[in-house]
Design a protein around this ligand. Structure first.
Ligand SMILES: NC(=O)c1ccc[n+]([C@@H]2O[C@H](COP(=O)([O-])OP(=O)(O)OC[C@H]3O[C@@H](n4cnc5c(N)ncnc54)[C@H](OP(=O)(O)O)[C@@H]3O)[C@@H](O)[C@H]2O)c1
Length: 262
């Protein structure tokens, strides 16, 4: 894999997060080439990351082996139409929301382009992301192996049928905002009792990192993990009871429903 060149078409928020994640995972920054619309902006961002700034999307399509499509959905056709012939023989990874296998097949009609659609979240920047991936793709076994090897360096990869991508993305991509609100609320509570903001936020954030890691590594039911922290007659169960009285779990489920059904 070390000889593969990674191309990013659209070095915006997500393209940058992915580049940061790869660099943090030890991929040499000179193996990453990116393009953008505004070349001044692109050059500055590429300089900050130490990656190669391309002068055009054609250059990325020409030089890269793995090409990440990271533009917004409304410009995808105008971006890819001029270069789609060049994408044949490359491994194309889309991170564009709501643009999945069938939409690409339509766009690529008559061409033999190997592609997979995914939706990452921004924690990919620190190697703790999630790539929600569409099960339906046309990568060869070798390309699929390469895709998994590369992207699992920065994220958990989870594969779903097309009809489940939306809800999976709400949990991976929207719920970080809920988690940030939870961290902020715990921070306010800590500050109430004398912790500094920074101390309280660091404690709350690392508590979420550790609780998430423990769940995924142990594969235990979250209720079982909660039970391990709530000793009989202890203090934690009082907090749990208080959350139940205020409808904590129902509130979260309603928030997910509000997005999915919007
Ligand atoms: N941000 C997230 O949390 C997130 C999560 C999951 C999926 N996504 C998906 O990731 C994609 C990018 O989102 P984003 O948040 O990173 O948006 P963004 O910050 O607006 O980035 C889009 C980038 O595409 C560039 N671009 C526009 N037209 C182009 C063209 N013709 N050729 C090359 N580059 C072009 C823009 O460059 P200029 O600035 O020069 O115009 C910009 O840097 C979207 O499809 C989105 O659905 C994002």
């Amino acid at each position: 894999m070390s000889d593969k060149i990674i191309g990013i078409i659209g070095l915006g928020n997500m393209g940058t997060a992915i580049a940061e994640g790869f660099i943090g995972a030890g991929i040499s920054s000179n193996k990453i080439i990116a393009s953008g619309r505004d070349l001044n902006k692109l050059n500055k961002k590429a300089d900050n990351l130490g990656i190669v700034a391309a002068t055009s999307n054609e250059e990325v399509a020409d030089k890269a082996d793995i090409i990440i499509i990271a533009v917004i959905p409304s410009v995808i056709e105008e971006t890819l139409n001029p270069i789609k012939e060049q994408l044949q023989g490359k491994l194309v990874v889309s991170v564009v929301s709501r643009y999945f296998f069938e939409e690409y097949e339509q766009l690529f009609t008559g061409l033999n382009i190997h592609h997979i659609s995914t939706i990452p979240n921004t924690p990919v920047a620190v190697g703790e992301g999630i790539f929600v991936c569409e099960k339906k793709h046309n990568l060869s076994d070798e390309e699929f192996g390469l895709f998994k090897d590369l992207f699992s360096k920065i994220a958990l990869l989870q594969f779903f049928d097309t009809n489940l991508l939306e809800v999976a993305t709400v949990i991976s991509g929207c719920a970080p905002a809920f988690a940030d609100m939870f961290i902020e609320a715990l921070g306010d509570a800590g500050v109430t009792y004398g912790l500094t903001r920074n101390e309280a936020y660091s404690l709350a954030a690392q508590m979420l990192v550790g609780s998430g890691k423990l769940r995924n590594e142990s594969r235990k039911h979250p209720g079982e993990l909660k039970d391990l922290v709530t000793s009989p007659g202890g203090t934690t169960i009082r907090g749990v009871n208080s959350l139940e009285e205020d409808g904590f779990r129902g509130t979260i489920i309603r928030a997910v429903k509000a997005i999915v059904e919007s």
